[in-house]
Design a protein around this ligand. Structure first.
Ligand code: NAD
Length: 321
């Protein structure tokens, strides 16, 4: 690790993505020298356009499933590279498995060589369609390995296993965050996730598409709260997985109604069949995050949604959506 008088040198894989770009912003604000590494398979350079002229920031166009060459010191690796929305990983099944397996292996190899601390962005999807509710870190999950979503869930489960193996066998300093649904500006309008879909449909007056009867639940965390949790975990001494997410649980239907209210839209709500293996419930137990990191979400849902709606409204005004 670097001494406190020097700026830490930090690599963010997936740094041009939704979460990775917000993380880069925050790390730079904390005085890190940041490299964002991304192959742009689902990311967007627009997300980091405002950082490109900074001398303490660099973008490296690279696929982390191939060897990661790094000269010089390295203190922290935030390993966020992976397709993350169902539409993406269903379209990119092999790339998703490769980045979870080979990408994580390469990132861990780099951490070992450089003596850097690595944080893996894992997911609540490791719990699959959970039989324990809310989900606690000690729950091993209910995942269908051969279903269409298995490519993402199992890639992340393998990545967690690999991180723990490097930690136990090679003594690499590691952290694992299990991220629950997160939302905010810079989500892709058509990434298939509920928040961009409902916001864009409502803003354009299009029908809002609810899968199934909408009774399935989700819990949404605003991106700035998540980033705070990520940093606290990285700087903690905790190597076992920690859930970070907002425990406020809403049915998908209630969520659609909330976005209808906040946008004042006249959109109708229409129903479509539930996707295969869609989790019926999703809510984090964040007792460990509270106890170990003194973390809990601070952004009220309505405020976070207003900021996100504003973001999509701007994209629609620009004709991007
Ligand atoms: P995103 O698609 O916006 O970002 C992922 C980034 O990784 C993209 O920029 C993409 O181009 C990049 N990438 C993918 N494969 C790569 C490769 N082989 N080499 C280099 N770069 C590669 O998704 P996101 O929502 O920002 O998710 C970031 C991470 O957080 C992912 O690992 C995801 O699994 C995890 N996560 C996100 C959420 C969420 O709610 N957003 C929830 C749980 C976990």
């Amino acid at each position: 690790m670097t001494t406190s008088t020097q700026s830490p040198v930090t690599l963010v894989t997936g740094g041009a993505g939704f979460l990775g770009s917000h993380l880069c912003d925050r790390l730079l604000a904390e005085g890190h020298r940041v490299a964002a590494m991304d192959n742009l398979i689902t990311g967007n350079l627009e997300n980091i356009a405002h950082l490109r002229s900074r001398t303490d920031f660099q973008f490296i166009h690279h696929d982390v499933t191939t060897f990661i060459d790094w000269s010089g010191e390295l203190d922290y690796i935030f390993h966020f590279a992976s397709p993350a929305s169902p539409i993406d990983y269903l379209e990119l099944p092999i790339q998703t498995l490769k980045v979870g397996a080979l990408g994580t292996h390469n990132a861990l190899g780099l951490a070992k060589t450089k003596g850097a601390r690595l944080l893996l962005a894992s997911t609540s999807e490791v719990y699959g369609d959970p039989l324990v509710h809310p989900q606690v870190e000690s729950y091993w999950g209910n995942v269908n390995p051969i279903g269409p979503r298995g490519v993402y869930d199992e890639a992340k489960r393998f990545a967690e296993a690999l991180v723990m193996a490097y930690h136990r066998y090679h003594g690499v300093d590691t952290r694992i965050i299990r991220i629950f649904n997160t939302y905010g500006p810079r989500m892709r309008p058509k990434d298939g996730r509920i928040v961009p879909a409902f916001c864009c449909q409502a803003l354009k007056g299009d029908p809002m598409t609810v899968f199934g009867d909408g009774s399935q639940t989700r819990s949404f965390c605003y991106v700035s709260d998540l980033v705070e949790g990520i940093l606290r975990l990285m700087m903690s001494e905790e190597s076992d997985p920690v859930n970070i997410g907002n425990p406020r649980e809403l049915s998908v239907m209630d969520f659609a109604i909330k976005i209808k209210e906040l946008t004042g839209t006249t959109s109708t709500i229409v129903h479509q069949p539930l996707p295969v293996d869609d989790p019926k419930v999703r809510q984090p137990n964040i007792d460990r995050a509270r106890a170990l990191l003194d973390w809990e979400p601070a952004m009220p849902l309505e405020d976070g949604l207003k900021r996100t709606i504003d973001y999509f409204a701007t994209l629609i005004q620009k004709g991007v959506v």
